[in-house]
Each structure stands twice: as structure tokens, then as C-alpha cells.
Design a protein around this ligand. Structure first.
Ligand SMILES: [Zn+2]
Length: 490
């Protein structure tokens, strides 16, 4: 008892538990970037201090403005701006009457760690293999799971089916082609847009060191599963899951049969899944070409076959067949997936047929590049238009229009974020199931606008507004100012 008392005295007044009422950026802050903390307090303090963690010495004093009410939470929010503090280190905020914040870091490489963890999360979701995140996350491990699969009667086939690889879905152990579409597609885009920065980032996965960049090693785990979901006629089944969700158990304890599930009637495969598949495989063909030509060709063949099927069956929706209650991911309109497939296949091959399809149909979707609602697994038309513009499509008028729409929408997102007391990009109607994904996709939307028209790297008022659009945006923009710690030396 005596020793415990001495410890608390020695630790001083700031040993008090941090309060969630002072919200700092858990990822940290770049030295040259805008820096704010958001304070929710009934005491309406007038000032704040930033102290160095460990020594408790004051390194910055600032004034708190009048509070603003946040409509979504009802909170009264004050903004603590400490942008002028640029010295790297570990700090915390102190606000009279509210307490102290969690520690945060100012450093040139704060987003390297976030990127590493975000990518490691995919490794943690791997199906078909034992997973162990190691001593960093003790206990996050499981034995190999779902090693056997079978064709469900709704697939049009019978017998066993290879059940290999893929990532478990969020919250269940199913694997779904349609949400794999936007996930895998945008990860591949990350490589295409920022490959030079990501090439040497080591993710500590079993494939590390095999000569292929680790981000592509991880993505391939899901591509391989997606390839196993294509039928001989080119069509792609919607999902591989059990008939119902298993209990809350470890994946290797789930012994329900992992079925390839189809629509239950001819042609059994669905148009949305096949369109997403074609688009993703076309991007993969581009991305893996320098590292594995044979794999690149395999992906391209699969994409072309899927396209051929899609031309024959453009409008086959998916609904859970009788007796199946796992995720539906129903989508009544597969025209946007069709458009994305056309655009990515054009970008991979230069094929005139694909470009013609794109140019004949993209006008129907121009209004989907907007500030109110980013792309989602069910709405991939913006991806189609962006890949056409990023790939320098031949039709200059189309490219200019897409670029104009994208910049206008991005500007509105930035302004909305700047007006929001918590600096979040979400509108009130965006707080839906998985709304962190909505925020991340707004971040992606801003990144694409940035790629279409780069802005100077110095912090600006617009960037202050956009900063809350999510760490993802900043990670992938790659404004880290030094090599991430996960990099290997060449
Ligand atoms: Zn599994």
C-alpha cells in the first residue's frame, strides 16, 4: 500500500486518467500540418496548455474560442488550435475543468504506423490459413479455418469446391465478391497511385521478402479467392458463406459448410459480382505485370471472360436463395459495375470496345460524383469515371467533365468538414451502418481529386477543413516526411 501511494505522489497531478472530453488525433500530427484538438466541456474553459509527456513541462499556451454546438451529438465543442507547435515529440493537452487528454505525437512519420496497422488488419482477416499478429497484439491468432468448401444447390453445381484464401467479411466469416470489389479495387488503386512510396513498406506477413511489394502480396490473398469464384462460362458467383451465420466463435471452430452460393436459377451467377470481378481483375493485370507476368495474364483473361459473360447477362440481380440468411448485399442495379468493368478493362488493354461502352454510358452516372454520398460497394460508378480520367482517356471532353465534377464535389466536402464542429466530413444522413467506411470513402474522394489536380503541399485553410476527412486520406496522400519505419533498406 505504501509503495502504491508513493508512486502516485511521484507521478504528480497529471497521473489522472485522460478524459475523452478532449479529443486529439490518435494517429498524431505532422510537424507542418494544422493541429487542433476538440474540447467538449460544460465548464467552457477559456484557455489550454500543451505539456510534454513525461516531464509535464508547458510547451504551448492557447486560447479556447466560444463553443459551437455540434448538431449530430449535441455537444458544445471548442477548438484548441496548436498549429504553431511544430517540434516533434510526445505531448498532451490540459484544459482547466476538463482534465488532460491522451498523449499524442508530433512527428514526420506518424502516418507510417497507421498505414502499417491498416494493412495488417487485412492479414488479420485472412481465411484459409492460420493467423498470428504476433507479440504486438498478443492473443490475436487463430488456426487455419474454412479449408473445405462445397457448391450450394443455388450455384447450379454440386460437389466440393476449393475453399482457399480470401478475407473474412466484417463481422462474419463469409466472403463476398461485391464488397471485395471496392475493397480490393481501391487497395490496388493505392498501389497505382502511390506505389513508389509503398514499394518498400514491409508488413511482416508470411510473403514478406519474396520480391513483390507487401501491399500486393496481401491483396493477392483476396484476388486468389476471387479467382476461385469464377465459373467456366466467365460468370462469377456472389458469395461463399455458410447458409446461416455461425455463433460468436473463433473461425476454426466454425464447422458450418462454406458454400459457393448462387442465385438459385439460370444463369446462377450475378451481374454485379461479375462486373466488380472484371474491374478488379483488370486493375490486377496492370498492377502485377512487373512482378509476375503469368499472374497478370491470368487476371486479364479472367477479366475478359467476365466481361463476355456480363455482355450476355447484364441484369441478373442477386437475392439470398431459399434457406440462406447470410449477408445479402443485394443491389438492384448492376449498370455501375458494368461501367466500372468497361473503364478498367479499357485502361488495362486500350480496347476500343471497352472505351466505347464507357463513353456511351457514363453520362447516366455523372451525378454520382457528388459531395452527398461517396462511392460504396453498391455504387462504383465514380470509380469508373475516375479511372477513365486518371488513365488519360482519349475523349478530352469526358475527362474534363469528370475532373470538373470531382473538384467541385471535393470542394464541397472540404467546406462541409470545415464547418463541422468536430471537423468530420460526414453529413447527418451519413451516420449509417459502417459509417466509418463512408468517412474513409470521402477521404478517397478527396485523394482522387488531389490526383486529378494536385495542390501545393503547404498547409492551407482548405486543408485545415479537410483534415478531419480521415487519417486514410492523409496516409495515402503520403505526406509523410521521411521513410516509414517499416521500410527495408535497399
Ligand atoms: Zn475462414
Amino acid at each position: 500500500m505504501i509503495r502504491i501511494a508513493i508512486f502516485f505522489i511521484a507521478a504528480g497531478a497529471y497521473a489522472a486518467a485522460p478524459t475523452a472530453d478532449i479529443k486529439v488525433d490518435q494517429a498524431g500530427y505532422l510537424p507542418g500540418a494544422p493541429k487542433v484538438a476538440l474540447v467538449v466541456s460544460q465548464t467552457l474553459a477559456k484557455d489550454f496548455t500543451v505539456r510534454r509527456a513525461g516531464s509535464d513541462s508547458v510547451v504551448f499556451r492557447g486560447k479556447l474560442p466560444r463553443p459551437v454546438q455540434d448538431a449530430d451529438s449535441g455537444d458544445l465543442v471548442q477548438t484548441a488550435d496548436f498549429t504553431k507547435l511544430v517540434k516533434p515529440g510526445k505531448y498532451y493537452l490540459e484544459v482547466p475543468g476538463a482534465g488532460r487528454s491522451w498523449d499524442f505525437t508530433i512527428s514526420p512519420d506518424v502516418y507510417a504506423r497507421v498505414f502499417y496497422l491498416a494493412m495488417r488488419s487485412y492479414y488479420g482477416q485472412r481465411c484459409g490459413t492460420a493467423v498470428d499478429l504476433g507479440p504486438e497484439f498478443p492473443g490475436y491468432r487463430h488456426a487455419a479455418c474454412h479449408l473445405e468448401g462445397a457448391y450450394h444447390p443455388s450455384s447450379g453445381k454440386t460437389g466440393p469446391h476449393a475453399s482457399a484464401k480470401g478475407w473474412h467479411d466484417a463481422g462474419d466469416y463469409g466472403r463476398y465478391v461485391v464488397n471485395s470489389g471496392i475493397t480490393t479495387g481501391t487497395l490496388l488503386w493505392t498501389w497505382e497511385l502511390y506505389g513508389e512510396r509503398l514499394r518498400r513498406v514491409k508488413l511482416d506477413i508470411p510473403e514478406s521478402g519474396n520480391g513483390t511489394p507487401d501491399i500486393l502480396n496481401e491483396i493477392r490473398w483476396n484476388l486468389d479467392w476471387m479467382l476461385s469464384m469464377q465459373d467456366g462460362d466467365g460468370g462469377v458467383w456472389h458469395k461463399q458463406t455458410s447458409e446461416r451465420f455461425c455463433d460468436f466463435i473463433l473461425p476454426e471452430k466454425d464447422t458450418l459448410v462454406s458454400y459457393v452460393i448462387g442465385t438459385g436459377q439460370e444463369p446462377y451467377k450475378s451481374s454485379c459480382a461479375t462486373g466488380d470481378f472484371a474491374a478488379v481483375m483488370a486493375i490486377a493485370a496492370r498492377a502485377y505485370r512487373p512482378f509476375d507476368e503469368a499472374y497478370s495474364q491470368k487476371c486479364l483473361r479472367a477479366a475478359r471472360q467476365a466481361w463476355t459473360w456480363l455482355e450476355r447477362y447484364p441484369d441478373v440481380p442477386f437475392r439470398n436463395p431459399k434457406g440462406v440468411s447470410t449477408g445479402d448485399y443485394g443491389d438492384g442495379n448492376c449498370r455501375d459495375e458494368h461501367l466500372w468493368a468497361a473503364a478498367e478493362l479499357w485502361r488495362a488493354t486500350g480496347g476500343e470496345d471497352y472505351e466505347r461502352y464507357f463513353l456511351e454510358h457514363f453520362g447516366e452516372f455523372r451525378n454520382t460524383i457528388r459531395a452527398a454520398g461517396p462511392p460504396s460497394w453498391a455504387d462504383v460508378a465514380p470509380l469508373a469515371m475516375w479511372t477513365y480520367a486518371l488513365g488519360h482517356g482519349k475523349n478530352a471532353e469526358a475527362v474534363a467533365g469528370i475532373k470538373q465534377d470531382s473538384l467541385r464535389a471535393a470542394g464541397e466536402i472540404v467546406q462541409r468538414s470545415a464547418r463541422n464542429p468536430y471537423r468530420v466530413s460526414l453529413a447527418s444522413s451519413d451516420y449509417i451502418w459502417g459509417s466509418n467506411g463512408v468517412a474513409a470513402n470521402y477521404g478517397m474522394q478527396l485523394l482522387v481529386a488531389h490526383a486529378l489536380q494536385p495542390v501545393p503541399p503547404s498547409p492551407s485553410p482548405a486543408e485545415r477543413g479537410s483534415r478531419a476527412s480521415g487519417a486514410l486520406a492523409r496516409i495515402v496522400v503520403g505526406r509523410t516526411e521521411s521513410r516509414p519505419p517499416g521500410c527495408r533498406d535497399e
